[in-house]
Write a protein that binds this ligand. Structure first.
Ligand code: MN
Length: 570
């Protein structure tokens, strides 16, 4: 094993993936990490350096990193586990690498608490705290190797780490569209989290799977011959086995009847152009009858995470039901690497701005373009105050619970978020164990402790610096109740609009312009896909008069491609 830890192996893989690097920088990082970890050992008894080495290999092979990310991955455990410091890394490798290594080190400090409701929060926090997608990619590679040596850890730890991998890391990879890593992480965790189910699956699937594979191997040359004959210049015909965990989840939907699942192993055809995708589909249907309802055009209608391909299931050679996936190389890379696919990096190899919020990739791209166009129009953006992802921060209670707040929030916002009584009797705050003023602006990752006193009550001055409407309203109602301020009669209407419409470039811009014209601040916005494949936009805002709402809806109805608007007064 030790002999395989060779920098030339890394460089060979880097070349294979056509990643541009300065080889001497990679060699330097390799040597530095090796020396830094010295004769430290893993619990498995292997030299410690095997861990960053293997993680880096995975990063290169499966996630399309740039040079800085490769170096940072080699160094990712140096700050925590060796005598070398952040300053040493800065001196040797510069700011950017240090930023990445430090980001990975910080993420390592987040402890997972098995509380269900926190999972979603944690995922968001990972994304927000990372600030740079490369930190997450390194973290995924790190976890990928740790999962491979999980058997050396005590039983309870195995379960906890595997569960965390399944619920947080794999779903994070999925959300980023990195299909390959998602599938591998799930399969590594599966036997530890669901041992009985795993054994059942292996026992019942193995034979069937083997049979399938033999069959696909037999028909592969037939398909290649027909493609050539039709002058379709394909890149590759692959045999794809389904991942164990995703197969298990699928089987649960079919009452565990293995004969109902046709994509145990599928045929995948990779071609050069979209035209060739459809030509290939036509060719397959010419020879073999498709199963009704199984043709899926994810090229025209991509999945929400950006996945594109044509799928069809046919009665193939000897009448055996077989699934085909057809895609271009670009779509293939998008499906395997997701956000890490090449097009997400600019020429310098840095992630493009906004690259780490791929909720719905097409929409994100549209938003980035739109923001670019409006760069000089800061008033317009200011006025809209769109609370997108990057405007949120995540802070902790001393127990490690995560509280999600808008940027600019202060300890009083935090206090009211925990409980209105804590807010009403808030006396002082500690931030990261130091006493802090109540108007201190909180930062991502701060640990906040609120000190209360029974006879303390809200002060009108708090209204000048609290950020959240929630805290503002609670303070106002307390002050009104105790007669400290006069009751105001203006009732604020909280409104939610659900807008269903046809996707096109410039859509969000048109909608936002209508809001801006009426001088309405959007409080939050999210996009989703409705059942019929139309984008569904949910917008929340507040108004003082109902008449403004009627005017707004009238104008929104004029937007090109508008299908339906549903209003709700909350
Ligand atoms: Mn590590």
């Amino acid at each position: 094993m030790v002999n395989t830890m060779n920098v030339d192996n890394l460089l060979k893989e880097i070349k294979k993936k056509k990643i541009k690097v300065n080889e001497s920088n990679i060699k330097k990082a390799f040597e530095f990490a090796k020396i830094a970890h010295g004769d430290q050992k893993r619990i498995s008894g292997e030299p410690y350096f095997i861990h960053p080495y293997k993680a880096t290999l995975t990063l290169i092979q499966k996630m399309n990193p740039d040079e800085k990310a490769i170096i940072a991955c080699l160094l990712h455990d140096v700050i925590d586990d060796t005598p070398f410091t952040k300053e040493d890394i800065k001196q040797e490798f510069g700011e950017e690498v240090t930023f990445l290594v430090n980001g990975v080190t910080k993420l390592g400090k987040i402890k997972y608490r098995g509380v269900e409701r926190q999972i979603e929060n944690l995922k968001k926090m990972f994304l927000a705290m990372a600030e740079d997608i490369r930190v997450i990619l390194i973290k995924l590679a790190d976890r990928h190797h740790n999962m491979q040596t999980l058997n050396y850890l005590p039983k309870e730890k195995q379960y906890r780490i595997a569960l965390e991998t399944l619920e947080i890391y794999a779903s994070l990879a999925n959300r980023l569209g990195i299909g390959q890593i998602k599938g591998e992480l799930e399969d590594l965790a599966f036997p530890y989290v669901y041992p009985k189910e795993y054994k059942w699956l292996i026992k019942n699937v193995q034979e069937k799977y083997h049979e399938r594979e033999q069959y696909l191997k037999r028909i592969k040359p037939i398909i290649e011959k027909e493609l050539k004959r039709a002058n379709i210049n394909f890149i590759e015909v692959q045999i794809r086995a389904k991942f164990h965990y995703s197969l298990y989840k699928k089987l649960l939907r079919y009452n565990k009847n293995i004969n109902e699942v046709h994509d145990l192993a599928a045929m995948r055809i990779i071609v050069n152009t979209i035209e060739e995708c459809y030509a290939t589909l036509g060719l397959i249907h010419k020879f073999w009858t498709p199963l009704p309802g199984k043709i899926k055009d994810y090229i025209a209608l991509p999945k929400p995470n950006g996945y594109q391909s044509l799928h069809t299931t046919v009665f193939c050679v000897d009448g055996k039901i077989t699934e085909f996936q057809i895609r271009t190389l670009e779509m293939h890379e998008q499906a395997e690497y997701g956000i890490a696919a090449q097009w997400f990096y600019d020429e310098k190899g840095k992630p493009k701005s906004g690259a780490f919020i791929p909720k719905k990739l097409r929409w994100v791209q549209q938003l980035i373009d739109w923001q670019k166009n409006l760069k000089n129009n800061t008033d317009f953006l200011e006025n809209l105050k769109i609370e997108f992802f990057k405007d949120r921060i995540f802070v902790f209670t001393p127990k490690g619970d995560v509280i999600d707040l808008p940027e600019g929030a202060v300890p009083i916002d935090f206090a009211y978020q925990i409980h209105s009584e804590i807010g009403n009797h808030c006396l002082a705050a500690k931030i990261n164990n130091k006493m802090a003023k109540l108007d201190t602006i909180l930062k991502n990752g701060d640990i906040v402790e609120i000190i209360t006193q029974k006879n303390k009550s809200p002060s009108p001055s708090w209204l000048n610096f609290v950020k959240t409407n929630y805290a503002k309203n609670k303070i106002k109602s307390y002050l009104e109740k105790t007669g400290k301020i006069k009751k105001t009669n203006i009732k604020i209407l909280k409104i939610e609009l659900k807008i269903k419409l046809k996707d096109r470039v410039g859509l969000l811009k048109d909608i936002f312009q209508i809001f801006a014209k009426e001088k309405i601040n959007i409080e939050s916005i999210s996009t989703d896909h409705s059942e019929k494949g139309y984008p569904l936009v949910t917008i929340n805002f507040s108004l003082k008069e109902k008449s403004v709402l009627d005017k707004l809806i009238k104008n929104l109805n004029k937007v090109k491609g508008m299908k339906e608007i549903n209003q709700r007064i909350l």
